[in-house]
Design a protein around this ligand. Structure first.
Ligand code: PLP
Length: 385
């Protein structure tokens, strides 16, 4: 059976061009970039090139790129590194819809005497900027707000947010794991101090990421040891993954416009047909301000997990907004924060597309899904028969 992969916000296929670029760095060019000999020096040279490729996609200087092991490490490093650099201030502002890499890190800090303000969102998933403004004060050390939400694709107004934050001389971090490679960014023209990205969301391998650190931003080293990454993140570099990330960024920079158009066309076709053909369905999120590849749809009165299992029988991979943890079904914290009713939050499905999806795959899903919904509704105890 053919696999139809609509779960690209979870992870993406490594691009063939990326894999080809990485291959020599396992058994041929395996030198340590820190070595004095020419053999090792070659890999150091290639890391410098990869750093330039990443910087070109982000519109920043290569010296502002710190390679990490992924989005989670970058988020933790940004938050904890800033707190260590500003020991006198004790308040962090974030949102209720962040990825757990940010939310859990912040909530843990409450146990260490920090005040965490989690801004709420409206029913489209957008934050209230007046609430943000009210909370910015002399005790605030960091504002960390994601660029785009992983579940709904909603994009936050980062330019307006950073304008307000910069005025108060507060450090601003954004988790841009879902945004990088999907929408154009230009950090040189922004007030973002720190930005996290993750390779496996943009067709590079898993286990590689970046913390962009704007020149002059105070942040303590987060892994100490050798001198790698300017002493901020020590440890021998993951050379093949760094080379792969560089190539993935080069591809993204080259093709972002055409791919955006194609992916958005497919996403819209899928979304419109599913909403039209499935009664009691609704879109979650801000229809206008969102990533071109993501749609999050609730099918009321049925379980997202049941839909996923039936889609899986047809080889269709998507993801559900609810997570089955320790025997109890917890609806997504993002949808709950948006005030999505319980019965709809439970039946939410996220489809996230990539440049590798085709119109045929979309048509096949449009053909299969309404039948699945019908069948599950017939079994649902919540639907009047
Ligand atoms: N932040 C966001 C918004 C994400 O979507 C993810 C992954 O799903 C992460 C952080 C974590 O990234 P990684 O898997 O590279 O640790």
């Amino acid at each position: 059976m053919q696999t139809i992969y609509f779960d690209n916000n979870a992870t993406t296929k490594v691009a063939e061009e990326v894999l080809e670029e990485m291959k020599p760095f396992f058994c041929e060019l395996y030198g340590n970039p820190s070595s004095m000999h020419t053999f090792g020096g070659q890999t150091g040279q290639r890391i410098r090139h990869a750093r330039e490729q990443v910087a070109a996609l982000l519109g920043c200087d290569p010296s502002e790129i710190i390679f990490t092991s992924g989005g989670t490490e970058s988020d933790n490093a940004a938050i904890k590194g800033v707190l260590a650099a500003y020991p006198g201030r004790r308040k962090i502002i974030t949102t209720r819809v962040e990825h757990p890499a940010v939310l859990t890190a912040c909530r843990e800090l409450e146990n260490h005497g920090y005040t965490i303000v989690e801004l709420g969102v409206d029913k489209t998933g957008q934050i209230d900027l007046t609430e943000l403004e009210k909370n910015l004060d002399d005790n605030t050390v960091l504002v960390t707000i994601m660029y785009a939400n992983n579940e709904t694709g909603v994009i936050f107004p980062i330019d307006r947010i950073t304008g307000m934050v910069a005025e108060k001389n507060i450090v601003f971090h954004t988790d841009a794991v879902q945004a990088v490679g999907k929408i154009p960014l230009n950090l040189a023209k922004s007030n973002i101090d720190l930005l996290s990205l993750s390779g496996h969301k943009l067709h590079a391998p898993k286990g590689i990421g970046v913390l962009y650190t704007r020149k002059g931003t105070r942040i303590a080293p987060f892994i100490v040891g050798g001198h790698q990454e300017a002493g901020r993140r020590a440890g021998t570099e993951n050379v093949p993954a760094i080379i792969g990330l560089g190539k993935a960024c080069e591809l993204a920079a080259k093709n972002i416009e055409t791919e955006n158009k194609k992916v958005k066309f497919l996403r819209d076709k899928l979304e419109n047909a599913l909403l039209k053909n499935s009664p009691d369905s609704r879109l979650n999120g801000d229809k206008k301000n969102r990533l071109p590849n993501t749609t999050n749809i609730s099918f009321e009165f049925i379980e997202g997990e049941a839909i996923l299992l039936m889609l899986d029988k047809f080889g269709i991979c998507a993801s559900s907004g609810s997570a089955c943890t320790s025997g109890s079904l917890e609806p997504s914290h993002v949808l709950r924060a948006m005030g999505v009713p319980f019965t709809a939050a439970h039946g939410s499905i996220r489809f996230s597309l990539s440049r590798y999806n085709t119109e045929q795959e979309v048509d096949y899903t449009i053909e299969k899904l309404p039948g699945i919904i019908n069948r599950l509704r017939q079994l649902s105890p919540f639907v009047a028969k």
